[in-house]
Every structure is written in structure tokens, then in C-alpha cells.
Design a protein around this ligand. Sequence first.
Ligand code: NDP
Length: 449
Amino acid sequence: MDAIMSHIKEKDPEQHEFHQAVHEVVESVKPVLDRNMEYRQQAVLQRVTEPERVIMFRVPWMDDEGQVHVNRGFRVEMNSALGPYKGGLRFHASVNLGIMKFLAFEQVFKNSLTTLAMGGGKGGSDFDPKGKSDNEVMRFCQSFMSELFRHIGPNTDVPAGDIGVGAREIGYLFGMYKKLQNEFTGVLTGKSLAWGGSLIRPEATGYGTVYFAAEMMNVKGETLENKSCLVSGSGNVAQFTTEKIIELGGKVLTLSDSSGYIFDEQGIDTQKLEFVKNLKNIRRGRINEYVNEFPEAEYTPVDPQLSYNPLWDHKADCAMPCATQNEINAEDAEHLVKNGVHLVSEGANMPSTPEAVEIFLDHKLLYAPGKAANAGGVAVSGLEMAQNSMRLSWPSSEVDKRLKHIMKSIHKTCLDAGTEYGVEGNYVAGANIAGFVKVVHAMLDQGLV
Ligand code: NDP
């Protein structure tokens, strides 16, 4: 296994996030490899860590002043053993091949946990939609799709949203796909309700993260009622995580964006959350505007000199990171433990560094890794694909019931896998083992392809 890690690092030395994601899985699945010696001869680790296909392309677009810009587009088609590639598109300045590969790799095991027939992929661009006009975003999306369309399809690869890609971007991308292919198919998920979207898809990742947290608490005979929660981010996942916590009787104290965070000791109630949704989804403003509307809250801008994020340094019962990768480092994790946080459920992908995860596990926190806790989003994307295939749409109560059931079953799968392999209560190992075993079995069934 050390040899595999060294090989991956030597081959792509700059892909740190990918190394981090692979290292975690490789560590977790050691006991699986020990029980199945043929996996070594079959080189399963080498096979799951090498993408089936990587597409990288130029995305030229023109801004409102007539200036031409060039961004880089990516689609990493990681693994199709369980179904068509499935995973979001991220538009953010930090996007590079290493980040795309880490996200695609995580997606393979996450999709496997959902029990739906989906392989794993991820894509995006280093284009940053912040501060761009609707027309600029539309031109960018059209240019992006004018290359991507030839690589995707409802039975091949079905992208969705992620950071910087919401309903607006999915609409522009879908419109261009439809024009180029001359067909109206469920090639993207996260579509608007009026033209093929699923009820509960926007809510699914956040709701699922909270359902998973509630399941972990249930094992300990607790509920989320009256629990205080620290939530980061203020985008799609953070908004619906907050909504579900409020609904289950908990109290959300914080929200953030990349410029800073707000702390509202009285709790972010439904009316305040509506303000945030409007601010972020319609006006596309910054979270500091929250304190103009609700002066009882405090705003703290990001301080680049600090080695920790003060958002995680408040007394609370639970933490739900919903912004981005590696947003909780060892110092933040120490702060969380010191402040009495005993549950961490990750809405974001890989938001905790390996050192932070070690601290959570050492202190026996209820800790759910993103690939299990945030799988509700892709699960409902899978349900959107099913509804598109049948050309019908289920009511929200039906989709929510299925989402709850899937999250419950992912929770049980992780617990059972942990117990079977001697790491009881360790959801990281449980998620990695359960996700890995299913993918590997499918790969071996399908021969050396
Ligand atoms: P959005 O673009 O809707 O929101 C992202 C939020 O995180 C924004 O508040 C953004 O602030 C903040 N953020 C992004 N990058 C950084 C950064 N480098 N530092 C601090 N804050 C940052 O994205 P989503 O809510 O969809 O995604 C959030 C996380 O959830 C990601 O990790 C994503 O991969 C994961 N996820 C999303 C799913 C989905 O269904 N959408 C499914 C599963 C996982 P700002 O506006 O300033 O950039």
C-alpha cells in the first residue's frame, strides 16, 4: 500500500487533495485486502485510483465589454462499474485536475453507498461565477457545454451541480446540450421543476446531512432537539442543512462565505434563513449583509493571519461543515472538542484534514465523513434520473421518504461494515470499506476492462 501511495505521488506530485482522499481509503481498506488476497493480483487499488477517462478542454468566452477570456474545463470519468458516471460540476477559481480527481474518487464510493446504479465522476472549471453578469455566465456555460456534450449522455455520464453551479447554470448548460444533441433527455440533474427536475433535489444534500446526524444520535438515544449547531457556508448545502436543523428543533448559530462568518447567538430562525436564501440565491450578495438586517448578530471577516477559523471556536453541540475541502484543520478540531461539540456531520466534501479526523476519532466524536453524510444529494439525483426515464414526477413527500430511507440505510451500512471489520463505530472506515467492496466486486465481475 505504501508502494501504491508513493507511485501515485510520484506520478502526479502536485495533486495533494487527490493523495489525501486516496490515502484515507487505502488506510481503511487494508483489512479487506488482507481477507481477499486475490485483490492484489487483480491490482484493484491501482485500478480504482486511475480514472477511466480524463477530459480537459479549452473554454473561451466573451465578457460584457467584448473582452475574450479562456478558462480550463474538466470532466473526470472515474469509474463506471456500477452505472453511468455521475457527479457534479464545480465552477470555482481553485479548480484544478487534482481537485477534480479527489472529488471524482470520493464520488465513486459515495454513489456506491446510495445503493443506486451510478458510477462516479466529477467536472468543472476554474471559472469563477462571482461578480459575473447573467449573460456572462450564460456565455461561459454555453462554451463549456459545446465541448462537454460529446462526452456525456443519460446512459453515459450525467453531471449535476456543485460549488458555483446551481439552478441557473444547470439551465444554461442543459439548453446548450439540448440544442447540440437535438434531444430532450435527463442528461443533467438539478434541473428546474418545470422541465424535468425532481422535488427535494435542491434540499437533498443538506437534509440528508441532518438525517445522517439524527441517525448517529439515535444510536446514542439522543435527538437534535435543542442542540446548538455550527454550520459553515451559506450556499445550497448550508441553507438546507440549516432548514432541517430548525425543523428538528435544533439551533443554528453560524453561517459563512469565503469573506467571513456571522454568529447569531439567538439562532438563525426560518425568517432569517429566508433572508439568507434571498441574499445568496437571488441577489448574490455577501453574508456580512446579514448583520445589517439582524444587528443582534456579529460578523467576523476572514483574517488571513490566523492559523484557525474562529467560526469553529464557539460553544456548541454539533458541527456541520458545508463550505469546502479542508476547512477544518487540527487546531479547529481541537477547538470543537474543547467547546463541547460531540457530533460532526460533513455536508461538504472532505472538509476535515486528516489530522482533524484523527482528533475526532481519538475523542470518540460521532463523526460522519462527507462521502456518507452528504450522499443524499446524489441519491436524489439518482431518483431524478429514474423519474426522467419514466417521464413522471413523484410528489415531494415520496422523494423525501425515499431520501430518509436511503440515509438510514447508508448509516446502517457504514456501521455494519465497521463492525464486520473490527472498527466498530468508525464511520470513516465503515463508509470506505462498504463503498469499496461493492465497486470492486462489480469491477471483478466485469473482467479486465
Ligand atoms: P455553493 O456554491 O452553493 O456554496 C458554497 C459555499 O461555500 C458558499 O458559501 C461559498 O462562499 C463557500 N465557499 C466555497 N469555497 C470556499 C472557500 N475556499 N473558503 C470558504 N468558503 C468557501 O456550493 P454547495 O453548497 O453546493 O457546495 C458546498 C459543499 O458541499 C462542497 O464541498 C460540495 O462539493 C459539497 N456537496 C454539494 C452537493 C450539492 O448537492 N450541491 C452534493 C454533495 C456535496 P463564496 O460564495 O464566498 O464562494
